[in-house]
Design a protein around this ligand. Structure first.
Ligand SMILES: [Zn+2]
Length: 80
């Protein structure tokens, strides 16, 4: 039995995620912050694979840029 990919909590806020079908797309959405990803719905024979791919994508934590707004400490001592 192959191990199924489980939906992890939201990578943003840690909230519970849910899966649903919306207008021909497979959607994973967070209850708390409404973060969502969307996958085009595939033929029923490939649903399982698509669902796993969708979950893998969801579980992958987004890379957050760090230090983009950090300035090096510049002590300004003016001794006059
Ligand atoms: Zn969230």
């Amino acid at each position: 039995m192959a191990a199924k990919v489980k939906l992890k909590n939201c990578p943003c806020c840690g909230g519970n995620a849910r899966e649903y079908i919306d207008g021909g797309s497979l959607v994973v959405e967070c209850h708390k912050c409404s973060l969502s990803i969307r996958r085009h719905l595939v033929p029923p024979s490939e649903w399982m694979l698509a669902a796993e791919r969708c979950r893998e994508c969801w579980n992958r934590r987004p890379k957050i840029k760090e230090g983009a707004n950090s300035n090096p400490p510049t002590p300004q001592g003016q001794n006059g």
